[in-house]
Design a protein around this ligand. Structure first.
Ligand code: FE2
Length: 230
C-alpha cells in the first residue's frame, strides 16, 4: 500500500520558479502582514481568470478566535473523527488568510503540469494561504473528495524554520508532527478513495507560513515516490 503522505524534493519544481515565489514571500514577510485587499472568497472561486491582487480574507477567518494549540491537539482530532466525510473535508476552525492574483502560483502550477502529463491527469490550484506569525492554524480535516486517485500537493515556504508544522495521523493511527524547515517544504498526500485520506492540521507561531496547494487527479501517490525527499 502506498504512503498517505510523502515529503518531496523541492526540485519537483523549477528552481527559477521556487526562487521567484520565495522572493515574493520574503518581501511580504519583511513588510509585515497587512491584507491590502479584502474580497469575498466566493468571488475568487467563481472567477479563475481574476486579476485581483492582494489577500482575501478567508470565510473562516475570525479575528476574535481564541487560537491556541488545543485546536490541533489529539483531543480535537478525536472529536472530529466522530463527524462524517462531508463535515470534515474542510476545516471550520482556523486562522489564516487566503490570497489570490499572485502569478507565482501559476508558475508552480505550470511546473507541475509539465511533470505530470496525460489525458487522465488534471491539476488545479487548491488553497493558497498565509498563516500569520502569531498563532495561525487550520484545525483537523481531511480534504476528502469522492474519487479514487486525488492527490494534494502543497508547496510551503517558511522564512523561519522550526516554528510551524503540518500535523497528521499516520497509517498506524499515531499523531505525527512534521515541522517545517526554513525555505521550501513540499508535501503530497492522499485525500480520497475509501478510507484513504489523511487527517491533518497546520499550525504556525513565530513565522509566517506561505502555502500553495494543488489538487491532482489521475495520478497515484506511488507515482510520486521517485520525487521523495531523501
Ligand atoms: Fe488540508
Amino acid at each position: 500500500m502506498s504512503s498517505l503522505l510523502l515529503r518531496l524534493d523541492p526540485y519537483l519544481f523549477h528552481s527559477a520558479s521556487l526562487s521567484n515565489v520565495a522572493n515574493h514571500f520574503e518581501e511580504i514577510n519583511s513588510k509585515g502582514f497587512e491584507p491590502c485587499e479584502i474580497i469575498s472568497i466566493d468571488d475568487f472561486i467563481d472567477d479563475e481568470s481574476s486579476t485581483k491582487t492582494g489577500f482575501i480574507k478567508s470565510q473562516f477567518f475570525d479575528l476574535n478566535d481564541t487560537c491556541n494549540l488545543d485546536q490541533v491537539s489529539l483531543t480535537a482530532y478525536k472529536a472530529m473523527r466522530k463527524l462524517d466525510d462531508d463535515q470534515v473535508k474542510t476545516c471550520s476552525t482556523s486562522r489564516f488568510f487566503e490570497f489570490a492574483g499572485f502569478e507565482g502560483h501559476s508558475l508552480l502550477l505550470s511546473d507541475l503540469r509539465e511533470k505530470f502529463q496525460g489525458e487522465e491527469v488534471g491539476i488545479s490550484q487548491s488553497g493558497n494561504f498565509i498563516y500569520p506569525a502569531n498563532a495561525g492554524y487550520m484545525g483537523w480535516h481531511t480534504n476528502w473528495v469522492p474519487s479514487e486517485s486525488p492527490v494534494r500537493i502543497y508547496a510551503v515556504y517558511v522564512p523561519i524554520g522550526g516554528r510551524s508544522f503540518f500535523r497528521y495521523v499516520n497509517e498506524e493511527g499515531d499523531m505525527v508532527t512534521d515541522w517545517d524547515e526554513q525555505g521550501w517544504n513540499i508535501r503530497a498526500f492522499q485525500c480520497g478513495g475509501d478510507h484513504r485520506r489523511l487527517w491533518h492540521c497546520v499550525y504556525s507561531d513565530g513565522t509566517m507560513r506561505f502555502s500553495c496547494g494543488y489538487s491532482v487527479f489521475g495520478i497515484q501517490m506511488s507515482d510520486l515516490s521517485h520525487f521523495e525527499l531523501k
